[in-house]
Ligand binder design. Structure first.
Ligand code: NAD
Length: 450
């Protein structure tokens, strides 16, 4: 009965990424004091949207056209910063929504970047390495001066990696000789100016943030990671690293998945074994001593911590009623829809939102950018210590602000944008509220707004 009602609701849910980002913004803006309507419009719109179409010769001699996007949402705090994703479902709307998220994420963790994002519509599984190299080089040439160390700085995202960043750097460097161009991209290979800890930063940062959050004792009998039963959707840069980091803290990973499906073993999975199996077979599915389950079934498993670390809109009005986790840790960007947020909140399931919990990636990207300016390379321990401190202080800031609402010290600002604020805001709304306040103050101080 419950799932029938949920499925009906899901049909009515608007999953347009721009609509969702505006809904999330409106929920938070309802709590921001002194926010003028004109400023709301300015903060909602992207500053610049670049679309390029370009042809590539494939290995078989045929020619195929590809479409790429790069969006800068806001540069009030500094150059645009955000990943480049290669995926067949990339759309301009998705890239705009993700660029906005980067603005708020950078503001929340207090790093001097604005928000940006990019992507190419392509299926990396159907392309060879040399085709991907040509796509990346041509895309970077088309962008030419749209990106730059002080303008807009790409990083890895879905189906892009350090190799992709090395190709972007090289192409940009050829087009801009005579300068230290290393800070034009982050997430580079170590020997090309990458930072120690960058590839682990997002997944490990998620675990640092989770640990800090659990220590606040909001979840009865679960004040630490040790002993927690964890489910992770996606076994890539974020999910696989988080699986290792959770295990190091004493958690039991009971299920993981990739694009082909999931595997479940209540006794616990060894992330090293899963990684080895995936490297050999191209998927986690089929590993011995595991039960094969679908991604949809996996999300609804009984567990302490559910970590979506793959695509957007995975937890929605259609399945939020069936989620059994006690805490959702958003390794992925936008994995939970606004309707699902409300359902989870009403069911007492906490969500550590993307803007907060997966900000470790952009934080260490910032450290890489700083190291590149000085031609330095910090050691791994220093990077991780800085990251841990930043993730902990950000969780503290969000938690303290949330508590101010719980005890009634803070109330909505009396502005209703798309829906009436009700009850105590969730952690996404509080995180966004802090970020919007910071960007608003900087916008006013710079005199961008009269
Ligand atoms: P990745 O390409 O390294 O890994 C993606 C994983 O998701 C792969 O295991 C893939 O098989 C799996 N996947 C793809 N489609 C799936 C599906 N339909 N169901 C289940 N699994 C599926 O990408 P990543 O860098 O790990 O990024 C994952 C998410 O984290 C994205 O939402 C990205 O925006 C977000 N993110 C990444 C970073 C970063 O530093 N890499 C930082 C912040 C946020």
């Amino acid at each position: 009965m419950a799932s029938k009602r949920a499925a009906t609701t899901a049909v009515a849910e608007n999953l347009d990424p721009v609509f969702i980002s505006e809904q999330q913004f409106d929920r938070a803006a309802a709590y921001v004091r002194g926010l003028k309507q004109g400023l709301v419009e300015f903060l909602k719109k992207p500053k610049r949207v670049t679309t390029v179409n370009f042809p590539i010769e494939l290995d078989d001699g045929s020619v195929q056209s590809f479409r790429g996007y790069r969006v800068v949402h806001n540069r009030v705090f500094g150059p645009g910063k955000g990943g480049m994703r290669y995926h067949p479902d990339v759309t301009m709307e998705e890239v705009i929504a993700l660029a906005k998220l980067m603005t708020w994420k950078c503001a929340l963790v207090n790093i001097p970047f604005g928000g940006a994002k990019g992507g190419v519509v392509c299926d990396t599984k159907l392309l060879t390495a040399s085709e991907l190299r040509r796509i990346t080089r041509r895309f970077t040439s088309e962008l030419f001066d749209v990106i730059g160390p002080y303008k807009d700085i790409p990083a890895p995202d879905l189906y892009t990696d350090a190799q992709t960043m090395a190709w972007i750097y090289d192409t940009y460097d050829v087009l801009h000789p005579g300068y230290n161009n290393r800070p034009v991209v982050t997430g580079k290979p170590l020997e090309m100016g990458g930072s120690w800890g960058r590839s682990e930063a997002t997944g490990t940062g998620c675990v640092f943030a989770t640990q800090r959050f659990l220590s606040k004792a909001l979840i009865p009998d679960r004040q630490e990671i040790a002993g927690a039963r964890v489910v992770i959707q996606g076994f890539g840069d974020v999910g696989a690293v988080a699986a290792h980091a959770f295990c190091r803290e004493g958690a039991r990973i009971i299920a993981v998945s990739d694009s082909q499906g999931g595997i479940h073993n209540e006794g616990g999975l060894d992330p090293d074994d899963v990684a080895r199996f995936k490297a050999e077979h191209g998927t986690v599915v089929g590993m011995s001593n595991t039960l094969t389950i679908s991604n949809a079934e996996m999300l609804e498993l009984d567990c302490d911590i559910l970590m979506p670390a793959a695509l957007g809109n995975q937890i929605h009005a259609g399945n939020a009623h069936n989620i059994k986790a006690r805490l959702v840790v958003e390794g992925a960007n936008n994995p939970t829809t606004p309707q699902a947020d409300l359902i989870l909140r009403d069911r007492g399931i906490f969500v550590l939102p993307d803007i907060l919990v997966n900000a470790g990636g952009v934080t260490v990207s910032y450290y890489e950018w700083v190291q590149n300016q000085a031609n330095e390379q910090w050691n791994s321990e220093d990077v991780m210590a800085k990251l841990r401190e930043r993730m902990q202080s950000t969780v503290d800031a969000v938690f303290n602000r949330w508590q101010a609402f719980v005890v009634g010290e803070e109330k909505p600002a009396g502005r209703v944008l798309s829906e009436e604020p009700t009850g105590v805001p969730d952690f996404r709304t509080v995180s966004l509220l802090i970020a919007i306040e910071r960007v608003t103050r900087a916008t006013l101080m710079r005199g961008i707004w009269p």
